[in-house]
Design a protein around this ligand. Structure first.
Ligand code: UTP
Length: 276
């Protein structure tokens, strides 16, 4: 049985909602407390048993590569001091997995960014994490990606994480409908990207966690630009869904939309309270 080992992080977007902060700093490097968003995502992937991180970046995103590398001068400077422990977590992350990078040359949408990652993924099923969706779980539960990897072992097809959202927000998400297979698990038969609330199929929205089978790459190649003129992963997934090959999973845990100011502030308050 092929275990999922690779995790793709599409991180090439401009992050315009956070300008001017994101003018020279990648959105994925914005910190919630002391940790950048993308590190939370990588830690979630490691917890799910994945050890190969594949990151799709773009111009101006070099700070991500530097973050997941050693910093000789800094480490030498604080070695043996009371500040050394600040680097323990990130050093642990770097030891547990490998990182590889490719660039999306033109930002033509999430589907297009995922296709850019094909060169790093090859011909195997893989996870996708959008680091600006920050997820947390209670101590009794495993992380969202971990829950999805387990589900993949059973269903062996693409999986999208979903949550119920207020109906008026459907125009911000991909929305699915499907037949319930078991509690919280649906076999998707239709999905639409950012539908107008009055046309939405349901209020079950896709969040930034996916498991994709590698046939998705060929499908994306033939997927035409959709909503906002971008190549949408939701449109590519619809092709798989029509063959009964997409599962939607109502994950257990909490998600913050850190791509928006409100979500980012909520996440900061939440993690701050938790750390107290
Ligand atoms: P968003 O829709 O949040 O876009 O992308 P964005 O550019 O990051 O942010 P705003 O809307 O301008 O503020 C969702 C995810 O898809 C990635 C982003 O990096 C983010 O993780 N993405 C999006 C790409 O990698 N490439 C793209 O062409 C588009």
């Amino acid at each position: 049985m092929n275990k999922i080992k690779k995790c793709l992080f599409p991180a090439a977007g401009y992050g315009t909602r956070f300008l001017p902060a994101t003018k020279a700093t990648p959105k994925e490097m914005l910190p919630v407390l002391t940790k950048p968003l993308i590190q939370y995502g990588v830690e979630e992937a490691i917890e799910a048993g994945l050890n190969t991180m594949a990151i799709v970046t773009g111009r101006g995103k070099r700070a991500i590569e530097d973050h997941f590398d050693i910093s000789y001068e800094l480490e030498h400077q604080i070695k043996g001091t009371s500040k050394e422990h600040y680097l323990t977590e990130i050093k642990d992350v770097i030891e547990k997995c490998t990182f590889s990078y490719t660039r999306q040359v033109e930002m033509k949408g999430l589907g297009h960014a995922i296709l850019a990652g094909q060169t790093l993924i090859g011909n195997e099923a893989f996870a996708v994490v959008l680091a600006d969706d920050l997820c947390d779980n209670t101590d009794e539960q495993s992380g969202v990606l971990s829950q999805m990897v387990k589900l993949y072992e059973k269903y062996k097809c693409s999986i999208v994480a979903i949550e119920e959202i207020p109906k008026q927000d459907t125009n911000k998400y991909g929305v699915i409908v499907g037949e319930q297979e078991e509690e919280g698990v649906y076999r998707v038969n239709d999905m639409v990207e950012k539908p107008d609330p009055k046309d939405a199929l349901s209020n079950l929205a896709i969040i930034g966690r996916y498991i994709l089978t590698p046939d998705i790459f060929d499908i994306i190649k033939y997927t035409k630009p959709g909503k906002c003129g971008e190549i949408q992963i939701t449109d590519a997934l619809l092709t798989q869904a029509k063959q009964g090959k997409v599962i939607a999973y109502k994950f257990k845990g909490t998600r913050f939309d850190c791509g928006s100011i409100d979500g980012f502030v909520e996440a900061t308050n939440y993690f701050y309270s938790k750390s107290m």
